[in-house]
Design a protein around this ligand. Structure first.
Ligand code: GRF
Length: 214
């Protein structure tokens, strides 16, 4: 960890933060995995950057602390991010999970959570990065796509890959049918990758990740 963010592990399961901008189906899957005991964590905080993000509602319904933080209320990105860092530190957040968070975080923030921040992407990176991965994969005519969970680094959809699984594209696939199948995959993979990271089993060498004991 960079300086200024102290790991003060409190007793009990480690805290994670989940950052969302939209539906929050991955947040829902994380909550379910925690309830089922597959993910030994607690959600310390959910952050949404849009007031109407359904993820906010989901978190509140689940009794999890969730805040809408309006980035425009801050003079610049650095101050917005410092605010998030303070919120996380106060809740002893160990791992940050981006789950459809449509905002690019600065290298300063990324360094703060180096190898402690994950993102999930609905394609087999490095193919189809960006906000329209599902549509782009279909338009390209690929026969196989999938889901990637990766550590976050300074570039978008770029960091070392923790977990990836392929999904064949079916005949007559539509964006909606593909998205639904990708989501089911995401909801299985993301809690798994978070659990490995929390267990300290994720080892990174250059771009290559190994999972200890796997
Ligand atoms: C997911 O498809 C994820 O891969 C991408 O954004 C989407 C978020 O979906 N980064 P949801 O808000 O978790 O339903």
């Amino acid at each position: 960890m960079g300086s200024g963010y102290r790991m003060r592990r409190r007793p009990g399961p480690p805290a994670i933060a989940v950052l969302c901008s939209g539906q929050g189906t991955n947040l829902h899957a994380i909550l379910n995995a925690i309830r089922a005991g597959r993910l030994r964590a607690r959600i310390g905080l959910v952050i949404v950057d849009r007031p109407n993000a359904f993820a906010l509602m989901r978190a509140k319904r689940a009794g999890v602390e969730a805040l809408y933080v309006n980035p425009k209320a801050f003079p610049d990105r650095a101050r917005f991010e410092r605010h998030l860092i303070r919120l996380f530190a106060a809740r002893d957040v160990q791992v940050v999970c981006l789950a459809g968070f449509m905002r690019i975080l600065s290298p300063v923030f990324v360094r703060r959570f180096r190898q402690r921040m994950l993102n999930i992407h609905p394609a087999l990176l490095p193919a189809f990065p960006g906000a329209h991965a599902v549509r782009d994969a279909l338009a390209w005519g690929v026969r196989v796509t999938g889901v990637t969970v990766h550590l976050v680094d300074d570039a978008v959809d770029h960091g070392p890959i923790v977990l990836q699984e392929a999904l064949p594209i079916r005949r007559h696939e539509t964006p909606a049918s593909l998205l639904a199948r990708l989501h089911r995959l995401e909801h299985r993979l993301y809690p798994q990758a978070i659990q490995w990271l929390l267990e300290g089993r994720v080892r990174v060498k250059g771009r290559t990740v190994t999972i200890r004991g796997r």
